[in-house]
Design a protein around this ligand. Structure first.
Ligand SMILES: *Cc1c(COP(=O)(O)O)cnc(C)c1O
Length: 375
């Protein structure tokens, strides 16, 4: 059968913005100004204002945003080679790569099957004298945050780094110390990705860092531009991790529609939650503040692939996030120093249903009907 419900048809999703983006791109062509210009500046202001942070620094992609945060902490003397960063085992590999690329040790925490995010009850036992930070990943758009996290971080003097790649626009009621409720403004520093498939996606790679820490923001900014704080003056052995004006311009256009995108995804998630009724398919928690980057259902008993094939046969395109966790990847043969049973079990059960803004509630009901007829 042909695909009736595509998973993420980016061309259709971006079409409403094409005219506005084309006008901005033409403006850039006419200006001849391609980097560190008015669009990048405007995007940084919009992001800082969205997250109520003092600073936002645009950069090349989400992995670089995470790498830059940790590298900046090293340059500032907060972290050093061999230090540890505690991170959830259930994440995209970029979270872990950013730590190991900086010669720090990723220390994994198993997954809470209720939230599919870090199991905070297992966090404190993973902290050692070398731990400098906790990286929380707001995976699938669900804010990974709690008073308990804030309390543990404060008692152990740890930075909290948010991997906000999947959760732009999400909020948490358990804001803790810092008073703001938007992800990206909860912790000490946050990384954003604007990879094309994210809730707000560029026309290629792009990312950003948000923080209230002025020294960190300055260091990230310099590191992303060869380590220079002003022209031909290099205070760090830096990198080239800049965002170009073309991506910033596209993102400025799309970011203005964040509320609509989020509202559509939330309405779709609520519709799934009401309509899916099949004992073989476990639905995700309806956590307040989730922006539903993915809607993950769990199909156990080794039937995940059978379920996906059934959906495909009925015109529903699905995906899996993620079938192989970082510690099971060949590049990390010794990453797990403890058993991670929940992470490994769940990796065999995830199915991502279509949830993005190309679908309306009738579509969700149609997909749910098909799901409810699965035996
Ligand atoms: C996409 C993603 C990243 C990496 O972002 P890129 O822009 O692709 O480098 C990091 N962490 C998570 C959780 C992601 O989903």
């Amino acid at each position: 059968m042909s695909i009736k419900y595509p998973f993420l048809p980016l061309r259709d999703i971006n079409r409403p913005y094409n005219a506005e983006i084309a006008a901005a791109l033409n403006d850039i062509l006419e200006s001849g100004w391609y980097l560190h210009g008015k669009y990048t500046e405007s995007l940084e202001q919009s992001l800082a204002s969205l997250c109520s942070t003092q600073h936002a620094v645009a950069c090349s992609n989400g992995l670089d945003a995470l790498r830059l945060i940790i590298r900046a902490y090293k340059e500032l003397g907060v972290m050093a080679d061999g230090d540890e960063v505690v991170v959830q085992a259930n994440t995209y590999i970029a979270s872990v790569l950013a730590i190991s690329d900086n010669n720090l040790r990723p220390v994994l925490v198993d997954t809470d099957p209720a939230t599919l995010n870090m199991d905070f009850s297992l966090l404190e036992q993973r902290i050692s004298p070398r731990t400098r930070a906790v990286m929380v990943v707001h995976l699938y758009g669900a804010p990974c945050w709690s008073e308990r996290l804030v309390d543990i971080a404060r008692r152990h003097n740890l930075k909290i780094i948010e991997d906000n790649a999947q959760a732009i626009g999400a909020t948490s009621a358990a804001a803790g110390l810092w008073g703001t409720h938007m992800t990206g403004g909860l912790g000490d520093a946050a990384a954003f990705s604007f990879y094309p498939t994210k809730n707000i996606g560029a026309l290629g790679d792009a990312g950003a860092v948000t923080t209230n820490d002025s020294a960190l923001a300055d260091a990230v900014k310099a590191l992303a531009n060869y380590g220079s704080d002003r022209r031909y003056h290099n205070i760090f052995r830096g990198l080239n991790c800049r965002m170009d004006e073309m991506q910033a311009a596209a993102l400025c256009v799309k970011l203005r529609h964040l509320d609509e995108v989020t509202a559509r995804r939330r309405a779709n998630a609520r519709a799934y939650d009401r309509a899916i009724d099949n004992p073989l398919v476990a639905k995700p928690q309806m956590l307040e503040g989730n922006v539903w980057h993915q809607y993950e259902v769990l199909v156990s008993g080794g039937r995940r692939d059978d379920f996906r094939n059934y959906l495909a046969d009925n015109g529903v395109q699905t995906d899996v996030h993620y079938a192989v966790p970082p510690h099971c990847q060949p590049c990390y043969p010794h990453l797990a120093d403890i058993p991670l049973p929940a992470t490994e079990r769940l990796a065999g059960e995830y199915v991502s249903l279509p949830i993005a803004e190309h679908l309306c509630e009738d579509d969700i009901l149609g997909i749910s009907n098909i799901i409810n007829n699965y035996r």
